[in-house]
Design a protein around this ligand. Sequence first.
Ligand code: 8LE
Length: 464
Amino acid sequence: MTQMEEWAFPTRYDQDYLPDPESPYWFPVRETMDPEERDAAVLPRLREVMEYAYANSSFYKDKWDAVDCKPADITSFEAFEQVPVVTKAEMRESQADHPPFGNYLCIEPTDVHHIHGTSGTTGQPTAFGIGRRDWEVIADNHARILWGMGVRPGDTVFVAALFSLYLGSWGAMAGAERLRCRVLPFGAGAQGMTSRAVNWLARLKPTAFYATPSYALRLAEVAEQEKIDPREFGLKVMFFSGEPGASVPKVRSAIEEAFGATVIDCGTMAEMTPFMSASATAGTPDGMLLWQDIVWHEVCDPETFRTVPYGDEGTPVYTHLERTSQPMIRLASNDLTRWVMEDNPCGRTYPKLPQGVYGRIDDMIHIRGENVYPTEVDNYLRGVDDYGGEHQIIVRRTGSMDEMIVRAETTLPEGQRSDFEQRTGSGLQSFLGVRVTFESVDANTLERAEHKSRRVVDEREHTR
Ligand code: 8LE
């Protein structure tokens, strides 16, 4: 079998390694090898990670003993697909019973190097305890993926996302530092910070930029209000995670046009850090590739959690191949996507999510027998003339009927909006295939996201 670069568990990468400057790949073998050969190397690794988790955590031991699942029996991917998934609720419960990191920590609490956590907007937050050695490995993996995006040593990387519990910013920064970039950990979320970001971007002219897609669009609006063309920042690569957007065609083109940069989608979940393991590349800039030798990504039927064939839609299920602290083995994401296996222009032999991750199963709006993704509304409105840049979706029950109201901003003055309302309302309705009540409001009146946008207000009793 082909010798893969630095392939071992527990993993430790050479901290001084950098690829040949001319190579588009960080690890040419691992990235371009025959996918069947890669899978053949991953399978024993899955078993190894499971053996490690079984030996070091009562969480996994109890969970697998209960269904008579033994790591040693994982001799095929069919067997692996029967390993029960881990849910976020189980992790919350484990942390309540074994505070603060839960009984799936797998390392000594004193070896925890970074503590992060969920925002806790829906219930008790969960704590992420990441080991010192894992943090180095995460940085290495992110450096490798950033290299794939075309970022190089010496480039300045501007990180415009929350520096707090949110892992996105820290993970991007760790990767950029390992890549020997110059990092500008600007952050986001404080009063007046967006206009200061505009100023710093204009002065420093960084090469690369990381944020959520909604925040990039917000930044472009603020720049325009301040009479600065975001193209003058000179950004080359903008990489995004945290929410759908970079793979929503009209959102993506709005960012590309505003900044004149390549837009790259990436990101799985904070629990899955190195979360950039699903990421596009400079040579395959659309969708996301699944870097299967870093994290094992499966796209599964949301009920059986068996993988669906390439070409089909399902929910991502993730397994760490290199984490020793809080390793996730078949973590259920509750997101939706579609995967394919095709030749990628960049030469990497990974499967691909051509439309990225479209959204969470829970966020899909079920209305009168139809399913509507909030990103479809975003995609439609972004392509409409005179759209003001922000909207809200309100779902309510009037009598026995569910009603969907889309309230969108327009740049048109009051009194000149009837044509806009008419064409956008009916266009949206035929695009979505459901009846929509359309309203317009003044531009810059709806709230802008500094982090992830929340545009849906579901007022129906049964979904509360
Ligand atoms: C579509 C991945 C990270 C650190 O940026 C993040 O946001 O992690 P977090 O806070 O655990 O949220 C994970 C969820 O955000 C995912 O389950 C998915 O619903 C959404 N998400 C993250 N990145 C993307 C995304 N949705 N495209 C993305 N690129």
